[in-house]
Design a protein around this ligand. Structure first.
Ligand code: SF4
Ligand code: SF4
Length: 620
């Protein structure tokens, strides 16, 4: 695939959309997924306006220097076709003949001035206009104008003058002189020439177009300077008034067409007005009744020339150069050459390439206008988006050429909304931070309270006369109390000195199987065991093992049944159990025994009381 004429370097592009504003045919698209613009090659007419306004120089022109070097090194004969506007580009070269020698030094065999081709073309136009009866033409020397007609006013394609431009006419001349095999390079002031030459074929074929700027760079790279070189002239045939071709009405003069305003059959328009002129031609040619000579830019100021050139300075340099050339021109020889090449076929054809895009429906247009906050747009917009009016901008959005964000009003409104939403989120963030701090404070407080509570429980646990032990699923001790450690004996007490509470100790090494097996059972079945009496170390221990966390943690309360306080408590408890059991039986047989049952209860209560009394006395 051929490289496009222009492309935007997204690394250096700053998305200022100056190029969108400058593009006369809206060939630069901005899509929502890519904020950076992109050139649509099919829509581009190669005018170069975007290149001129791009501050960061992000728009790159297809480079032709490498290709030129390949052509020059191909071993074939190569001819340079030099546009006469070169005189305005190289004021630093004091004599044009030095310039010709510099081209020879680069490797060109033939150096041909396009002015002679312009002379031939001028004559062809004179003939066409003289012969035309009621049909009016748009002159086709400017590739930008031709491209515009084909793409944006395709209905006028039949009105494009079917005559070669001067470069293609010169190509035919050189091929007739140097043979069909010679390779031709057009040195042009326009970037559009790089694509224009592709449409020429046969003897009018041009193999490559390079710009003046590229030629300068090549001279520099090859270290070619006029001071080191002798004079040499262009190869014949030399041009005559065709040398004025770089100025918009130069071709009219060269053709000898009447220029008096009320008599001339041709209207010349140069600059941005070219587009309006084509529209007027389309709408009013029946009334206007003139041929149109159009240039988007005079060649002297084309986009292939160095930036910053002064138009009238360049024009005066061109005139000086032409004057110098004409002084030495042999007019008989020139006439003879014109006669020799007059028979060349310089006809060309054009092809409509309609690039117009469908217009959106009214409802769609109104919807877009509303979305960008321009429900009632004025006829003239602010121009910030690059479109003449808000309606044009909305149409471009509908056509996929623009995005809403390019509108300053929309962007600023969005910015305000964005700032507002940022404010709200900031406030929410501050509130959340405060809430977080508060909950941290609360958590600290709760942690402190829990620590305190845990300490109290731990102390209480240690003071309990009953033995307490808590262990995990591997029967490793998590917590014990002093009573439990005392029950285990001297060795356990010593370990307690080093590892407080025997934390981590294995219950299996401290208790016999029948004892620790109660823990294993409870861990496995999640079923508590209460009041199980176990003999251990000559004592009867009453053991209750209960689930603290299913299958993970169990705890046990162990009471030494031989301890005095336990004995008293236990006797009371067990007597109460006897009373309870007998009470229900007594109630059932009460009606038989009468007062007998109440007597039995009284007797049992007196045993309890007498036992309590004895114990109290003993304790005193
Ligand atoms: S003019 Fe176009 S290419 Fe250049 S920086 Fe601006 S948006 Fe990018
Ligand atoms: S060269 Fe001209 S037509 Fe092409 S994108 Fe640039 S401004 Fe538009």
């Amino acid at each position: 695939m051929t490289e496009p004429l222009l492309k935007i370097n997204s690394e250096t592009c700053i998305a200022c959309y100056a190029c969108v504003r400058a593009c006369p045919v809206k060939a630069i698209r901005v899509q929502s997924e890519r904020i950076k613009p992109g050139i649509i090659p099919e829509r581009c007419i190669g005018c170069g306006s975007c290149v001129a306004v791009c501050g960061p120089g992000a728009i790159e022109i297809r480079d032709s220097k490498k290709e030129l070097i390949q052509i020059l090194e191909s071993g074939k004969e190569v001819a340079a076709l030099v546009d006469p506007s070169i005189a305005g580009e190289f004021p630093d070269i004091t004599d044009y003949r030095k310039f010709v020698t510099m081209l020879r030094a680069l490797g060109f065999e033939y150096i041909q001035e396009v002015a002679f081709g312009a002379d031939l073309v001028a004559r062809a136009y004179k003939e066409l206009f003289d012969k035309s009866k009621g049909k009016y033409y748009i002159m086709s020397n400017d590739p930008v104008t031709v491209s515009f007609v084909e793409k944006y006013s395709p209905g006028l394609v039949p009105n494009l003058a079917p005559i070669d431009p001067p470069n293609a006419a010169t190509a035919r001349v050189v091929r007739k002189i140097a043979g069909k095999e010679v390779l031709l390079v057009y040195i042009s002031p326009l970037i559009a020439s790089k694509d224009e030459i592709r449409r020429f074929d046969g003897d009018g074929r041009i193999d490559l177009a390079i710009t003046f700027v590229e030629l300068r760079e090549l001279f520099k790279e090859a270290n070619i300077h006029e001071t080191d070189l002798e004079y040499s002239d262009f190869d014949p045939p030399l041009g005559y008034k065709g040398s004025f071709f770089p100025v918009a009405n130069g071709i009219i003069q060269a053709a000898g067409i009447e220029e008096e305003l009320h008599l001339t059959p041709v209207i010349t328009v140069e600059g941005d007005g070219m587009i309006d002129a084509i529209k007027e031609f389309e709408e009013n040619i029946g009334t206007i009744k003139h041929h149109f000579n159009l240039f988007y830019k005079e060649f002297l100021m084309g986009r292939g020339t160095s930036a910053g050139g002064k138009r009238f300075l360049r024009q005066s340099q061109l005139f000086k150069y032409v004057e110098k050339r004409l002084k030495t021109l042999d007019s008989y020889e020139w006439e003879a050459s014109i006669t020799e090449f007059a028979s060349l076929d310089m006809t060309r054809t054009f092809k409509a390439d309609d690039q117009s895009l469908p217009l959106p429906s009214e409802s769609k247009l109104n919807q877009i206008l509303e979305e960008i906050g321009q429900a009632n747009p004025s006829a003239v917009g602010c121009g910030g988006c690059g479109y003449a009016s808000c309606t044009d901008f909305a149409i471009a959005i509908a056509q996929g050429l623009a995005i809403q964000e390019m509108c300053n009003t929309y962007a600023s409104h969005n910015r305000q909304n964005h700032i507002q939403s940022l404010k709200i989120s900031n406030e929410k963030l501050a509130q959340a931070q405060e809430a977080l701090k508060q909950s941290e404070r609360l958590a600290q407080k709760e942690k402190g309270a829990a620590r305190e509570a845990s300490e109290i429980v731990r102390r209480m646990l240690h003071k309990l006369p009953s033995m307490v032990v808590i262990c995990d699923m591997n029967l490793k001790i998590i917590q014990t109390n002093d009573s439990f450690i005392t029950m285990l004996g001297e060795e356990a007490r010593e370990i307690n000195e080093v590892v407080p509470g025997l934390a981590g100790a294995d219950l299996k090494t401290l208790l016999p199987f029948n004892f620790y097996n109660l823990f294993t059972y409870v861990l496995k079945h999640n079923e508590s065991i209460t009041n199980r009496d176990i003999r251990h170390d000559g004592k009867i221990l009453n053991v209750s093992v209960f689930v603290i966390e299913k299958n993970k943690i169990v705890g046990a309360v162990i009471r030494d049944m031989s301890a005095p306080e336990v004995q008293k408590e236990e006797v009371v408890k067990r007597l109460n159990e006897v009373i309870d059991k007998n009470l229900s039986l007594a109630q059932q047989i009460g009606f038989i025994l009468g007062e007998g049952t109440s007597e039995a209860e009284r007797m049992l209560n007196s045993i309890i009381e007498s036992y309590n009394l004895k114990q109290d006395l003993k304790n005193r």
